[in-house]
Design a protein around this ligand. Structure first.
Ligand SMILES: Nc1ncnc2c1ncn2[C@@H]1O[C@H](COP(=O)(O)OP(=O)(O)OP(=O)(O)O)[C@@H](O)[C@H]1O
Length: 304
């Protein structure tokens, strides 16, 4: 399990804290999406969790071990994919990287070889295993970084933008692995991503931070069900948007998006469109998805 208590980071060059009194507990076997807009403090938090950055105050415990005071023990509990695949050595081949990280985690050589073969094969990198990682494409480097993080089946996995730059097939493989790790091995997984579809598919919990502070932490299902976000309607009309309406016009059809508090507002809008002589093509009710809920959360007025 991951326990973050009153974690704060103030960079020497900055006035405001990048992470501000953040507390978050992630039970074993959970997959949590750690979300927030650019600059919210996600990477700073993950770096403190991975022992790469010292907190200004507060504490991170991984599997019960304090990352600052019991660093070596805490580090044996995690596998991490950090921003920009920087957790692998570019001068080594994919295979050498996995051998290195496996040994570092105290694995037996035969076990590392088996695991490395499986990981590289499933990621489509087996044929390229002896090539230097520095010569790989960004997506291929990311795959090696993920394989290195998972080589020893650590009980806690931290993934900073794991699917960034990955192709469709690899993204699907990673999503499947995350579900299997949590479901079969009881692994605790924390993911940061801007790809909310990935979160909706694999995360059972979502934590949202903004300006370094936690603004939501609850099961994904509850976040979606309890959302105060209003229902949205998409109305497609022929031709351009009439005066007073905002819409996106493409191929002679305009889509007007309307958020309503009461269903009666839809009738009013349709009446107003008819008064302009506009031809209605379709009217669709769109239930709020994670993207709507997320945008509403991060757009609420800033805290005092
Ligand atoms: N090395 C640093 N020195 C000073 N300020 C930093 C440093 N790294 C990050 N920051 C600042 O800390 C804040 C949080 O940045 P961080 O990278 O943690 O955000 P993030 O949520 O990961 O953003 P993104 O989604 O863009 O990756 C930002 O205001 C950023 O400018």
């Amino acid at each position: 399990m991951i326990e973050i208590n009153a974690l704060t980071k103030v960079y020497a060059t900055a006035g405001l804290p990048a992470v501000d009194n953040l507390s978050l507990h992630v039970p074993a076997g959970s997959v949590i999406g750690f979300l927030g807009p650019n600059g919210a403090g996600k990477t700073t938090t993950i770096k403190m969790m991975a022992g790469l950055l010292t907190p200004t105050s507060g504490q991170v415990r991984l599997g019960g071990f304090d990352v600052t005071r019991q660093r070596p023990a805490a580090m044996t509990r995690i596998g991490a994919v950090l921003e920009g695949s920087r957790n692998v050595y570019w001068s080594l081949s994919a295979w050498q990287n996995l051998m290195y990280f496996g040994r570092l985690k105290g694995m037996r050589r035969a076990r590392i070889k088996d695991r490395a073969r499986d990981l590289l094969t499933e990621l489509g990198l087996w044929e390229r295993r002896d090539d230097k990682v520095g010569g790989f494409s960004r997506g291929m480097q990311q795959k090696v970084a993920i394989a290195a993080a998972l080589i020893a089946d650590p009980p806690i996995v931290l993934l900073d933008e794991p699917t960034l730059g990955l192709d469709v097939e690899a993204t699907r493989t990673i999503k499947r692995w995350i579900a299997e790790l949590a479901g079969e091995l009881g692994t605790t997984v924390l993911i940061t991503t801007h790809q909310l579809g990935v979160v909706e598919e694999v995360c059972d919990r979502v934590a949202v931070i903004r300006q370094g502070r936690l603004v939501a932490d609850l099961p994904t299902r509850e976040l979606l069900a309890g959302s105060r976000e209003r229902d949205r309607y998409e109305i497609r009309v022929e031709g351009a948007a009439p005066p007073g309406f905002d819409g996106v016009t493409r191929d002679g059809v305009t889509t007007i998006t309307l958020r309503v508090d009461a269903p009666g507002e839809v009738y009013d809008l349709v009446e107003r469109l008819r008064a302009h002589g506009v031809v209605l093509q379709s009217l669709t009710q769109v239930r709020p998805d994670l993207e709507d809920v997320f945008l509403a959360l991060i757009q609420e007025p800033a805290h005092a």
